[in-house]
Design a protein around this ligand. Structure first.
Ligand code: FE2
Length: 192
């Protein structure tokens, strides 16, 4: 039997603080570093915001009510600095197309932001966006850790036929997606 989105989010949030968070200067970590960070070359790449960004998106975790017929997904992850340390109070902002491939440019459907919690974690409940002409399936994000510049980027879905035909697609911006009993669960850690 598959897990539920809720149980996977609960498992993600139950993980103790990342081991590197407590690493004292000069001490070897007891567990391997997260492979996605630890080197400037591994910073999350930037991508264009596209034409549909709107400032002042509301503070919230749950967006799925904006598109009740969409396929549910919970997406979650950390904001890490270049030394793999989770960063609390980082801005994570999302905007994306609905289940017909349309963006809400009048209001704030499927738009939201939040600040990472004290362990540097973010999560949104939302839907899988539909394709729209010229693009593969994607979410738009803006991420900013305190004191740093804003990273504007996009996240992609694995195994999408359109990925290789999308000029913005990057395999380093793929969500790690799992199927669940009630939708999907996606994971991505931003390194900023
Ligand atoms: Fe887009």
């Amino acid at each position: 039997m598959l897990p539920t989105r809720r149980s996977l989010l609960a498992a993600f949030l139950a993980v103790p603080a990342l081991p590197v968070a407590n690493r004292a200067e000069g001490q070897e970590p007891t567990l391997p570093l997260t492979p996605a960070c630890g080197d400037d070359e591994d910073l999350t790449p930037a991508l264009t915001a596209g034409p549909f960004y709107k400032p002042d998106a509301p503070l919230r975790h749950e967006l799925s009510g904006d598109a009740p017929n969409g396929k549910r997904i919970t997406i979650a992850g950390y904001v890490l600095d270049g030394n793999c340390r989770p960063v609390a109070d980082s801005l994570v902002e999302i905007w994306h197309a609905d289940d017909t491939g349309a963006y809400d440019t009048r209001g704030y459907r499927l738009r939201g932001h939040q600040m990472t919690d004290k362990r540097g974690r973010w999560w949104f409940g939302t839907i899988v966006p539909a394709l729209y002409p010229g693009r593969t399936r994607h979410y738009h994000f803006r991420v900013r850790r305190p004191g740093a510049a804003v990273l504007t980027t996009q996240l992609f879905f694995p195994n999408e036929p359109q990925n290789d035909r999308d000029r913005l697609y990057s395999p380093s911006l793929l969500l790690d997606i799992r199927d669940t009993e009630d939708g999907k669960f996606g994971r991505f850690d931003f390194v900023v």
